[in-house]
Design a protein around this ligand. Structure first.
Ligand code: HEC
Length: 579
C-alpha cells in the first residue's frame, strides 16, 4: 500500500510539472471554473450549471454606453433561449460598481460582481461589451467576441446587423464542431485593472507578501498533521500546488466556509480579502517564484499547545471512534454523563482534538437527562438538547463574552454530534472537551434559539428547493451574538433576517455558498440589539440535483432525518438575555 506521505510527495511532483504547463495565457484560452456573488447576494459558480448547455457571459459596466445598448439585445436573447437551457450572466469588473449601484439599474440578468478582478483577469477580458460562451462542464471558452455588430464594433454597417454571439450559440447548441468563423475585435470601454497599476511589472514578494497571507488564511489547516490533505511547508510545495491554489481561490472553495462579507461584520471567520486574493493570484500567474534563498514556510510553526486557555475546570472525554480509511462516515451521536453537583455558568469551551485529520465538526449540547439512551434523534433534538458550542477545524477555543455565560444545570448530560471524514488511513479519534466555569453569575444568560423546519420533502433532482422557518417573537429585548446554520448535503445557500416589530426586515447573515463539510459558527463583531416583539426568519435553498457536488444521492426523494442521507434545517442562533 502507498502511504499517504508518499502519495503526497508524488502528487507534489506531478503538480510541479503541471504548474509549468499552465500559464495565465493558457488559462485565458482554456477557461477555468470560477464563482462570484451577484447584485442580489446570490452566489454563482459556473460548474454548478453543468446541467445547462452553455453559459453566456457579457462584460458589463453600469456607466458604459455599449453595456446600456446591449441590455435589450441580451434580454431578448435570454428570453428566446430560455427553453434551451442556456444561462446568462453579466460580468462587472468595474470596482466602482456595487450591489446597490447595480440594483439601481434594474437589470434582470444576474450581474456577477468581480471586485477583485480575478475573473476578468482569468478570462483576459480587455474591454466592456466582450461576450463569451462557456461550457459549464469543461469550463472551456467556446466563443469570445462581439455580441452583435451594433454593439462596440467599429465600422459595422448599421443596415446589416450581424448577431455574432447568437450564431455562435446556435453552433454550440447544434454541436457543430467546425472552425469558428473570425469575428471583429470589440471596442468597448477598456477595463481598468487596478492591480496592474499598483503592482506594475514587479514580482510579488514571496517572503513579505505571500507567506503572511498564507499564515493568516491557510496554515491553521495546511500544516503537518493538520486537517488539510497537504501541508504548506515549503516554497517548492506551494509552487507545485499553485495551479490548484489558483482554482480553489477563484471558486471560493478555500479558505473553506466563506460567507458573504458584504452583509454584517464578523469575528474570526474563514475569509480572504480582495487584496489578498489578487496578490496570491498575481503571484501565481507570475510563476509563483521566490526571491532569495530564505523560505519562511520551512520554519516550524509552533505546535498548538493543548488547553491554550489554561487547565479546564472540567475535562470531558468524548467516547473514542474508529474511523475507516475510506468512505462516507455517518454522523455520530454520543452522550456523556457529567455528574455535576451544582449548576455551573460556562464561560468558555475548548477542544483538544484527537485526530485533526478526520474530525470536521463537533456540536456540544446540554441534554435533558430523561431522554432515553436508545433514542439517538431525541438527543440532538432542540426540544431536549440545547446547543452550547461548536468545534470546527482551526477553532479550538470558544470564549463567551465577558458579561455572558451559559447556564449548565447540574442534572444535564452532554450530547455530541460529530462529523468525521475519512482521510485515507484508519485511525481512532480520542477528542477531549474542556469546560471553563465562571465564579460569579453573569449579567447576560446565553440562550440558544433555533429556526427549525422539520417537515419537508425534497423531490429527486430538484435544484432550487426553498424552505423557510422562523422563531416565535422575542418576549424581551435581546442581543444576537452568533449563528450556526446546519443542513446536510443538499444545503446550497441560506440567509437569516431580523423581522422588527415595525415590519422592517434586515438580512443579518448570507451564506451564499453553503458547504455541508463546513458547519461553522459565525460570530458578529458587535452583538445586535433586537427589541421585544422581533423575530428571526431564515430561508434555506436545497439543491438535490446532480449539479450539487456534495449530494449523496440525487435520485432520492429526501425527507427530514438524522443521517447524512436525510436532510435537516436547524439554524442555531445564540442570544444574550438580560437576567
Ligand atoms: C479550516 C481549514 C482550512 C483552511 C483555513 C484552508 N484549507 Fe485548504 N483544504 C482544507 C481541507 C480539509 C481540504 C481538503 C478538501 C476539502 O475538504 O474541501 C483542503 C484542500 C485544499 C486544496 C486542494 C483542493 C483539492 O481539490 O484537492 C487546496 C489547493 C487548498 N486547500 C488551498 C488552500 C488555500 C490557498 C488556503 C488559504 C487561502 C486554504 N486552503 C485554507 C482545509 C483548509
Amino acid at each position: 500500500m502507498i502511504s499517504s506521505k508518499c502519495l503526497k510527495s508524488f502528487m507534489t511532483a506531478v503538480l510541479v510539472v503541471l504548474s509549468i504547463a499552465v500559464s495565465a495565457a493558457a488559462l485565458a484560452q482554456r477557461g477555468s471554473d470560477f464563482a462570484l456573488y451577484d447584485q442580489h447576494g446570490v452566489f454563482h459558480q459556473i460548474s454548478r450549471y453543468n446541467e445547462s448547455e452553455a453559459v453566456v457571459l457579457f462584460v458589463y459596466d453600469s456607466n458604459d454606453k455599449a453595456s446600456a445598448e446591449a441590455l435589450p439585445l441580451l434580454q431578448d436573447l435570454r428570453e428566446r433561449y430560455r427553453d434551451e437551457s442556456v444561462v446568462f450572466f453579466l460580468l462587472d469588473a468595474n470596482q466602482q460598481d456595487t450591489r446597490d449601484s447595480v440594483l439601481a439599474q434594474n437589470v434582470d440578468i444576474p450581474v456577477l460582481l468581480d471586485s477583485a478582478q480575478v475573473v476578468a483577469r482569468t478570462l483576459a477580458v480587455v474591454t466592456t461589451a466582450e461576450s463569451f460562451i462557456l461550457d459549464p462542464d469543461s469550463h472551456r471558452i467556446l466563443y469570445r467576441g462581439p455580441l452583435d455588430s451594433r454593439i462596440a464594433v467599429p465600422d459595422a454597417d448599421p443596415a446589416m446587423p450581424i448577431p455574432y454571439l447568437e450564431s455562435a450559440l446556435k453552433a454550440v447548441l447544434a454541436d457543430v464542431d467546425d472552425e469558428a468563423p473570425a469575428v471583429p475585435a470589440v471596442a468597448g470601454t477598456p477595463i481598468k485593472y487596478e492591480y496592474k497599476e499598483r503592482f506594475g511589472d514587479r514580482q510579488i514578494s514571496y517572503q513579505d507578501e505571500v507567506v503572511p497571507i498564507l499564515r493568516r488564511r491557510c496554515t491553521t489547516c495546511h500544516i503537518e498533521d493538520g486537517l488539510a490533505p497537504w501541508a504548506m511547508v515549503s516554497h517548492r510545495m506551494m509552487q507545485g500546488w499553485s495551479p490548484m491554489v489558483r482554482e480553489v481561490l477563484i471558486t471560493r472553495r478555500m479558505p473553506p466556509g466563506q460567507i458573504d462579507t458584504q452583509i454584517g461584520e464578523w469575528d474570526d471567520i474563514h475569509d480572504i480579502s480582495d487584496e489578498e486574493l489578487t496578490t496570491l493570484v498575481h503571484w501565481i500567474d507570475g510563476g509563483a517564484r521566490r526571491e532569495g534563498d530564505a523560505d519562511p514556510l520551512t520554519e516550524l510553526e509552533p505546535v498548538d499547545p493543548a488547553w491554550k486557555l489554561g487547565e479546564p475546570d472540567l475535562i470531558v472525554e468524548v467516547p473514542e471512534e474508529a474511523i475507516p480509511a475510506t468512505g462516507i462516515v455517518d454522523f455520530k451521536i454520543k452522550r456523556v454523563a457529567l455528574d455535576l453537583n451544582e449548576d455551573k455558568w460556562i464561560s468558555a469551551v475548548a477542544y483538544n482534538v484527537g485526530d485533526r485529520t478526520v474530525l470536521h465538526s463537533l456540536l456540544v449540547h446540554a441534554l435533558d437527562p430523561t431522554v432515553p439512551a436508545a433514542d439517538l434523534a431525541a438527543q440532538v433534538d432542540a426540544d431536549n438538547a440545547e446547543f452550547i458550542s461548536l468545534y470546527v477545524p482551526g477553532r479550538t477555543e470558544e470564549v463567551f463574552a465577558e458579561d455572558a455565560g451559559f447556564l449548565l444545570q447540574a442534572d444535564r448530560d452532554l450530547s455530541l454530534k460529530l462529523r468525521y471524514v475519512s482521510s485515507g488511513r484508519e485511525t481512532v479519534d480520542r477528542t477531549r472537551i474542556g469546560l471553563y466555569f465562571r465564579d460569579t453569575a453573569p449579567e447576560y444568560a446565553i440562550r440558544n434559539v433555533i429556526t427549525l423546519n422539520e417537515d419537508f420533502t425534497i423531490a429527486a433532482g430538484v435544484d432550487n428547493h426553498v424552505e423557510t422557518a422562523q422563531t416565535p417573537a422575542f418576549e424581551h429585548d435581546v442581543y444576537i451574538e452568533s449563528f450556526a446554520p446546519q443542513t446536510h448535503t443538499r444545503g446550497k445557500s441560506m440567509t437569516i433576517s431580523a423581522l422588527f416589530p415595525d415590519g422592517r426586515e434586515q438580512v443579518l447573515l448570507n451564506v451564499g455558498n453553503y458547504n455541508f463539510n463546513w458547519q461553522m459558527n459565525y460570530r458578529l463583531t458587535e452583538r445586535l440589539a433586537l427589541p421585544a416583539g422581533s423575530r428571526l426568519v431564515s430561508t434555506t435553498v436545497f439543491d438535490n440535483s446532480p449539479a450539487n457536488p456534495h449530494n449523496v444521492d440525487p435520485e432520492a426523494e429526501v425527507k427530514v432525518g438524522i443521517t447524512t442521507w436525510d436532510e435537516i434545517f436547524s439554524h442555531h442562533v445564540r442570544v444574550l438575555e438580560k437576567r
